[in-house]
Design a protein around this ligand. Structure first.
Ligand SMILES: C[S@@+](CC[C@H](N)C(=O)[O-])C[C@H]1O[C@@H](n2cnc3c(N)ncnc32)[C@H](O)[C@@H]1O
Length: 210
């Protein structure tokens, strides 16, 4: 048994609907590796339980696995997740799986570019999950900060980018450059507390102080 199997055998089981969603993602969609999956999904749900947000924003829905984990962690139906996905061909898949979940009614899907949609939502958020295009993480940070309440949290996924941020090799691709610039920006921002968890592809937790 490898370490990942050991971990998965010693944490909460993956709910049946999320197991099916993960399977459908792998069977029906391209780039299924982008799906959060069992371990990260249970962590997202627990982080929501700990933070206790009323309003959550997600950039990058993909197959809605993470959106449903965020929704599952909410206290009750007065709390809500807004999730934004730019690829309109994912819409039917996402809506079908939101409809099949006990928590799908807590999620509003917006199809379009996060840069266009975030300013139109008219909400202030307690928790923002950044998981869209790695090239644009710096722009997302500047985009969402005005809509994050003081004391709120950002969780940013993929911030270790397969270890490329610190493997001693110069990576010139736009995605690695985007993540490097984001990590430097967050590290030097005195408005926030920050910690990077080396879980899966790296998860940065950011706490807005002022
Ligand atoms: C890593 S996947 C998201 C995975 C999902 N959050 C999960 O954990 O299961 C990134 C998604 O962001 C979407 N995306 C990329 N650029 C975007 C943008 N500017 N606005 C909204 N979504 C975007 C992509 O189409 C893709 O589906």
């Amino acid at each position: 048994m490898d370490l990942e199997d050991y971990i998965l055998n010693h944490i909460d089981a993956e709910p049946e609907n999320l197991y099916r969603l993960d399977r459908d993602t792998h069977l029906q969609l391209l780039y299924s590796r982008m799906c959060s999956g069992h371990l990260q999904g249970r962590l997202l749900k627990m982080l929501v339980r700990m933070i206790n947000p009323k309003m959550v924003l997600e950039l990058g829905t993909y197959s809605a696995y993470s959106a449903l984990c965020l929704a599952e962690g909410l206290t009750d139906d007065s709390c809500h997740v807004h999730t934004i996905e730019i690829e309109d061909e994912l819409e039917d898949f996402i809506r079908e799986h939101l409809a099949q979940s006990l928590f799908g009614h807590r999620v509003t899907l917006h199809i379009g570019d996060a840069a266009d949609i975030v300013p139109t939502l008219g909400e202030t958020f307690d928790l923002i999950y950044i998981d869209a295009n790695k090239r644009d993480y710096v722009a997302y940070y500047h985009l969402v900060m005005p809509y994050l309440r003081q004391g709120g949290f950002i969780i940013a996924d993929n911030t270790l980018w397969d270890g490329k941020v610190a493997d001693g090799i110069e990576h010139h691709d736009a995605q690695t450059q985007g993540i490097l610039a984001f990590n430097d920006l967050v590290a030097s921002d005195p408005r926030v507390e920050k910690v990077i968890l080396p879980l899966r592809d790296g998860l940065t937790l950011i706490h807005k102080l002022t």
